[in-house]
Design a protein around this ligand. Sequence first.
Ligand SMILES: Nc1ncnc2c1ncn2[C@@H]1O[C@H](COP(=O)(O)OP(=O)(O)O)[C@@H](O)[C@H]1O
Ligand SMILES: [Mg+2]
Length: 270
Amino acid sequence: MTDPVHGAALPHDTALLVDELGVGFRGVQALQDVSFAIPAGGVSAVIGPNGAGKTTLFNCVSGVVRHTGRVALEGHDLSRLPADRRAALGVARTFQTPLLVPDLTALDNVLLGAHSRTRAGLTSSVLRLPSVVRAEKAVRARAAGLLERLGLGRADVRRADSLPHGDRRRVEVARALMAEPRLLLLDEPAAGLGADEASGLLSDVEAFAAETGMTCVLVEHDVGLVMRVSRHVVVLDAGRLLVAGPPARVAADERVVAAYLGDDWSEVTV
Ligand SMILES: Nc1ncnc2c1ncn2[C@@H]1O[C@H](COP(=O)(O)OP(=O)(O)O)[C@@H](O)[C@H]1O
Ligand SMILES: [Mg+2]
């Protein structure tokens, strides 16, 4: 694969390329000169203390925040595309605080995720053409299947606001998967979950990545869990890249060790 930014051959099969990314919010430089490449397939992670710029990074990749520098997905330069075009090219995400529609059922929330890939024309919807009805049935079956796979089979008729926190997070993940993403960005998917629940959710995500060939990048504060599940780890600190690489290399990096032993890491967000 070729690097769309520099035209050079990439060092490995790259899913996400971030090059000299920068974001400023009225005087606060949230990200500065951040460059890294995430290998295609499996789970990778972004870690860093509170305020390091992890969510801002996801906002840049998904296209909801204006940035300088480049973002490329599987060889396509996304940098100048709006969020909906990036979604159509395969970028899906969840939010640090789950954003479900509270009075819709879990199943209907998951169905919302199908929007970017299965837009039936207004005319055919009004006419209820058999092909449209069949397509809708297939989409509903897929949504129900995703909930089932994520351990929420019985929750599909329940309103989102009646679900426990952990289940809401799973519904969010199911909704993002509904779009059949090439790149799934999960912002603290395990926040507020118990250790077993967190590790179960990440195993499910790993299995989906293995089956579909998608790449998942997650923000997660449990460093032990991150090092176990990730192929590649990006460490941000105060808007800058501290280090990026395979977990063994990152865990041995003295700046990471120093940061982890510092006070910052004990005040991580939940
Ligand atoms: N919309 C915004 N307006 C102003 N400052 C912001 C905005 N979003 C993030 N920031 C600032 O950017 C920095 C990085 O924030 P964020 O990406 O949320 O960090 P993290 O997710 O690593 O905790 C912080 O200093 C935060 O206050
Ligand atoms: Mg964040």
